[in-house]
Design a binder for this molecule. Sequence first.
Ligand code: DSN
Length: 419
Amino acid sequence: MCSALEQTDPQVYELIKGEEARQAGSIRLIPSENYVSKAVMEATGSCLTNKYAEGYPTKRYYEGQQFTDQIELLACRRVMELFGAEGANVQPHSGSEANLAAYGALAEPGETIMGLALPHGGHLTHGWKVSYTGKFFKSVQYELDPSTGRLDYDRIEKLAREHRPKILISGSSAYPREIDFAQFDRIAKGVGAYHLCDMAHIAGLVAGGVHMSPIPYADVVTTTTHKTLRGPRGGVILFKQQYASAVNKSVFPGLQGGPHMHTISAIAVALKEASMPSFKTYAQQIVKNARRLAERLMEYGFNLVSGGTDNHLILIELRNKKLAGKPLAKALDRAHIECNYNSVPGDTAPPFNPSGLRLGTPATTTRGMKEEQMDQVALWIRTVAENLDNESVIEQVGRQVQDLCRQFPVPEIFAERPA
Ligand code: DSN
């Protein structure tokens, strides 16, 4: 029997089926991606996609909110409980919007924000020059210590004293080490700045108790919901109670109109999953897998930024291998191993063909892979890196990758398994 989608639009149906099979048949090492449960997927595809709910629970601009109000309140309650936060806004459509709304709540356009530079592992929205966050605000960017590849809190403090930002941003998109949020808070308080943490990458690790939580130390914390936290694509802002009104006004009506209630319901489901004991085991295994992958890669002569990892993420610096990030990422993709090329600290290569490769273990861990499989993945990465021009070796690796994928199916994706 045909599904409604297949009947109405066979073209889109086939494309989605193709993507399902691609996801099932490749090893996902992109550290910001994961696979959601069937329950999360069901909520995302529910009738809530039909409903407008501008405003906040009990104060909406549209009628018919008997269920949406309860869903939003439930999502807020669950996220506050999970992270121990005083307040929450679950309406941001994404992490970028959460960041922009949070800046808008704490600073006026033209005031100074200070975040980690993009080539050093920061996010575009931490004030990088091509982002509106770097245009609407005066942006000062701190960098990693070039000799260690790590955050240098003394240098950050010196820069903060010099520029006296209104907001000091902690958090990153490509930093493999634990971040000391107490240090950031001390620096922020010392210069009269708000401390805003973007914990998007590590939210699931914080929830699982394997990374220091920013909640006790930051005035406002933003996150996406789809990375290590393993929910649908969305954004959340957590805050101390005194910022509730400013944050809520900044999200709506400051930045957004109607919240995506289908996403908010799926966030609520993901939060329930993340509060279960099995999620702690999951978070622990993400870190174990990343450590093992990092160790093996170093044994094979790959240089890792900072010399390893404490979290879910690994950044390979490829210059000693005389390789660039883009051709290696593309060759790995042909071998059904997905990752992304990335700038590394001090990179002189252009961002579109940088010297680094970014890897992470949240998605492989969701599939049930453990240290033994990480040994295999590291060996495949080495084999592909040594055979960039040898398509038959790349194809052979690809077949082995698909064999492993069959042993560790993507939970809840019911595509045909790769042939
Ligand atoms: N947060 C980015 C990433 O890490 O992939 C995407 O914006």
